[in-house]
Design a protein around this ligand. Structure first.
Ligand SMILES: [Zn+2]
Length: 118
């Protein structure tokens, strides 16, 4: 079996490219924890917001890495505490961004964070 790393469509063995995405198929999806292939998509100062967003993405089958970024690296942010950075696998960034934007629009989480463009 072959899987599209972009849309996760499954194909018969022998197929080499996804008809939808025109990307090369892989035997299995990469494990996010062992992959360097992630992109930062969102930053916020509220740890509860970071957790809530991670839960929303998990519920949609997207693995999320949440990192702390110490404020001392960003002098203009002093007093706000550590920034939480949400990262997902690069092939999930578009979907994850849409989900986060929808959650903010629907009032599920406060609009306090900052979407990150990679
Ligand atoms: Zn595809």
């Amino acid at each position: 079996m072959a899987i599209c790393p972009s849309c996760r469509a499954e194909y018969e063995a022998g197929t080499s490219r996804c008809a939808e995405c025109n990307v090369a198929l892989v035997d299995r999806l990469p494990d996010l924890a062992s992959s360097e292939d992630t992109a930062d998509i969102y930053a916020c100062y509220d740890p509860q917001q970071a957790v809530r967003l991670a839960e929303i993405l998990h519920a949609e089958g997207i693995d999320v890495l949440v990192r702390d970024r110490s404020s001392n690296l960003f002098p203009t942010n002093v007093g706000k505490g550590a920034q939480r950075i949400l990262a997902v696998a690069t092939h999930e960034t578009a979907r994850a961004r849409d989900l986060i934007a929808a959650a903010i629009k629907d009032g599920v989480v406060p609009d306090e964070g900052e979407a990150l463009e990679s």
